[in-house]
Structure formats: structure tokens, C-alpha cells
Design a protein around this ligand. Structure first.
Ligand SMILES: NC(=O)c1ccc[n+]([C@@H]2O[C@H](COP(=O)([O-])OP(=O)(O)OC[C@H]3O[C@@H](n4cnc5c(N)ncnc54)[C@H](OP(=O)(O)O)[C@@H]3O)[C@@H](O)[C@H]2O)c1
Length: 246
């Protein structure tokens, strides 16, 4: 039995470490989005599968008997496709989906449905910190008149996709103090983040609360419908228990 672990998150790393010692055959898969990812303690393939047909071929060729999807809550294409393909092939599928963040009393959060909505809510002259990743960046192009700072793990190979924007390079983990220092140094007035949940991205929200900064949280994409052979867990422990029970 070989378990395919779709990785690319902190949870996936911890799951890989949790499975490495259990003697179960596991292969991890990374999209290749980060240039120098931390190595995982299980055999790892890197790069997209090449579309749905190629993914199906991969599952058959590697004798994959279960898929543990620990990709990011906003990585909806890989998740939707994997859930659908596993349902069709009756391969057990488990999505690891951490709970969303919810605001405390002194947080100043506004949920938004799409990046373009930020422009209606942030005044000209604002300094907007985007913690939303590279892919959605062009969707913020209507923020003209604001200084837009987008944090990336890897230095960019292409120019910022619109005027008034700058990259800020930083590799996690971040903590409350370092986030506050960064926001002060940059003069940040507003934050835009994905409602990713989890602990890794949380310090920027805690820093915003400490500094009284408004935060706009992008709503998550809808999680896929689950078939009879599929399940969903919220934690690394839940994922490890699912594999143990296979
Ligand atoms: N979206 C985010 O905000 C975010 C944040 C942090 C980390 N990540 C991680 O970055 C990766 C890419 O995210 P995304 O939002 O670009 O994904 P996506 O839009 O859902 O998927 C786009 C394509 O990337 C490939 N892919 C995605 N995850 C893969 C994996 N684990 N192994 C092999 N191929 C994968 C697949 O290509 P093929 O069609 O060629 O198979 C997929 O069709 C994910 O693994 C995710 O966990 C994403």
C-alpha cells in the first residue's frame, strides 16, 4: 500500500515526519512553487502531474492506494481534482483542512470575497501589506494610488505586475515581534491576508491587533463535496490516525 501525500504546507511537513517512522510506504508531492523547499523525510516528487489524465496515470503507475491531501486551504484546483479523481477510482481520500481564523474582540477584521474588493475599502495613500502570495497578485491591480507591498518567499524573477507595488522578501517562520518590526519599518496601514487558518500565518494578525491595523481577510474557496470513500480532518493527528486506520 502506498499513500500519496500532497504537500506544500506546514501540516504536510509534520505529517511526513509522523509517517516516516511508521514503516508505511509514502510518497510526498510538492507543486514546485518554492525554489528551495525544506526536504521531507519521505521520498518526494516535485512538480505538477501534468493535468488530470497524467495524474490518473501517475496513481496507477505508482500503485497509489490512498491519498492524503495536505495542501493549502486556498489550493482549490489540486484539491477539487484529487477529490473527484479519487472518488471516481474509489481510492480513499482524506483532506487535511485546518479551521479558519476567527476574530477576537479587539481585532479589526473585514471578510472580503475577492481581491478586487480591497480597493473599495482602502483609501488612496494607504500602505497595504499583501500576505496573499504570488498567484493572486495581478488581481490587486486596481489598488492604484496606494503603496502595495507583497511578501514573497523567493526573490522575484519578474517585475511587480502593476505600478505602485514592491516585493518584500521573507521566509517563514515569522513571529509577533518580527512582524511588528516589519510593519512599523514599512509604515503599513492595512493588511490583506487569506483566511488560511493555522499557526504559521497567525503572527501577522496578532501584530495587526497590537498595532490597531485593519485587516481584510479573503474568504476561502469552497471545500469539495466528499464521496463515500473520502473524509476530512482538521489536524495532523487526525491525518496520522486516518493513515493508521487504512
Ligand atoms: N494557494 C495558496 O495560497 C498556497 C499557500 C501556501 C502554500 N501553497 C501550496 O502551493 C502549492 C500550489 O498551490 P496552488 O494554489 O498553486 O495550487 P492549485 O491552484 O490548487 O493547483 C494548481 C496546479 O498545481 C499543481 N499542484 C498543486 N499542488 C501540488 C502538489 N502538492 N503536488 C503536485 N502538483 C501540485 C497541479 O498541477 P498539475 O495539474 O500539473 O498536476 C495543480 O493543477 C500547493 O501544494 C499548496 O499546498 C499554496
Amino acid at each position: 500500500m502506498t499513500v500519496l501525500l500532497l504537500a506544500g504546507t506546514g501540516e504536510a511537513k509534520r505529517i511526513a515526519w509522523g509517517l516516516a517512522d511508521k514503516g508505511r510506504r509514502v510518497v510526498a508531492s510538492l507543486a514546485g512553487a518554492t525554489r528551495s523547499p525544506d526536504p521531507l523525510p519521505v521520498p518526494t516528487r516535485i512538480g505538477g502531474f501534468g493535468g488530470e489524465d497524467a495524474f490518473r496515470e501517475y496513481l496507477a503507475a505508482e500503485g497509489i492506494s490512498a491519498v492524503l491531501d495536505a495542501t493549502h486551504p486556498f489550493a482549490d484546483q489540486i484539491t477539487d481534482r484529487t477529490a473527484r479523481v479519487c472518488a471516481a477510482l474509489e481510492i480513499p481520500y482524506c483532506q487535511v483542512l485546518r479551521p479558519e481564523w476567527s476574530a477576537q474582540d479587539d481585532d479589526n477584521w473585514t471578510a472580503i470575497a475577492a481581491p478586487r474588493d480591497v480597493a473599495d475599502l482602502v483609501p488612496k495613500g494607504a500602505v497595504v501589506f499583501l500576505g496573499t502570495g504570488r498567484q493572486t497578485l495581478p488581481e490587486f491591480a486596481n489598488l492604484e494610488g496606494r503603496r502595495v507591498l507583497a511578501r514573497m518567499i523567493d526573490p522575484p524573477t519578474t517585475p511587480f505586475p502593476f505600478e505602485g507595488g514592491e516585493f518584500v522578501i521573507g521566509r517563514p517562520p515569522f513571529d509577533l515581534k518580527s512582524e511588528m518590526r516589519l510593519f512599523k519599518a514599512l509604515g503599513v496601514t492595512h493588511l490583506v491576508v487569506k483566511n488560511s487558518g493555522g499557526t504559521g500565518g497567525r503572527p501577522k494578525l496578532d501584530a495587526a491587533r497590537e498595532m490597531g491595523l485593519p485587516v481584510f481577510l479573503l474568504d476561502r474557496p469552497k471545500a469539495p463535496e466528499l464521496s463515500e470513500t473520502a473524509t476530512r480532518v482538521e489536524t495532523v493527528q487526525g491525518a496520522l490516525a486516518w493513515v493508521a486506520a487504512l
